[in-house]
Design a protein around this ligand. Structure first.
Ligand SMILES: *Cc1c(COP(=O)(O)O)cnc(C)c1O
Length: 231
């Protein structure tokens, strides 16, 4: 397992990019994306202090968090979330990165209320307009956040986006710059229950560009665990 050296490499890359934008390694949260990664490998990751883990399937968060219940892990829901799956993860996740519609906000509010919880979320934005990507169109985000700010069990902690895959990572820059701008506009509104604390943007292929443009949360899978093997 090359996890140790991969991690050292990813950290060095994060640090360089952070320095370019006047920040430090510690200012950037590394979310280790463990989709398709086996639990024994996850245990190794936790030993290396990778304790913020991202999954894109609710059932996997449920399954893995059960098996790994003794480990000190913060689970991040990073994928598209179907309304009827909220119940599987509501009491297991520390952050939902993919709030993108009102019906989902209503279900999170309801299940949070039933479980006596306050749930932290990021609003997912489709900055690039790429059809295959989930997320709100940028010009719908302010109105949406104003609406969700009335939900007393939901705390909006920032924004998330995915850039399209470009073979030249530099081409993603406009996406990340756009999300940062949007977060500044929202911050100025000073809405209840809304804080632009996190910008979750950047994956293995493009996280340096994202950090240079203001990301403070990156979601890295392949760069840590190698190519994903779907079984
Ligand atoms: C899979 C995934 C990632 C990680 O992608 P890599 O290219 O493997 O780093 C990040 N974010 C989301 C939403 C994902 O689904």
């Amino acid at each position: 397992m090359e996890l140790t050296s991969n991690l050292a490499d990813v950290k060095a890359r994060i640090e360089r990019a952070a320095q370019k934008s006047g920040r430090k390694l510690e200012d950037i949260d590394l979310i280790a994306v463990t989709k398709t990664v086996d639990v024994d490998v996850i245990k190794e990751a936790v030993k290396l202090n990778l304790t913020k883990l991202g999954e894109n399937k609710p059932q996997e968060i449920k399954r893995k968090s059960d098996i790994l219940s003794k480990q000190d892990i913060d689970w991040h829901m990073i994928g598209h979330l179907q309304t009827n799956k909220v119940k599987y993860i509501i009491d297991k996740v520390s952050l939902i990165h993919s709030l993108d519609r009102l019906s989902l906000a209503k279900e999170i509010q309801k299940k949070a209320n039933d479980n006596n919880l306050i749930v932290d979320v990021l609003v997912q934005v489709n900055v690039s307009g790429e059809e295959s990507k989930f997320g709100l169109e940028p010009d719908k985000v302010v109105e949406f956040i104003k609406e969700v700010s009335k939900f007393d069990k939901i705390r909006i902690k920032g924004l998330m986006t995915m850039a399209p895959f470009y073979s030249e990572p530099e081409e993603t820059r406009f996406v990340f710059r756009g999300l940062k701008k949007l977060s500044e506009q929202i911050e100025e509104l000073k809405l209840d229950n809304v804080e632009m604390k996190y910008l979750s943007m950047g994956m293995t292929n493009d996280f340096e560009i994202a950090i240079e443009e203001g990301a403070n949360m990156v979601r890295v899978g392949t760069g840590l665990f190698g190519e994903r093997v779907y079984k």
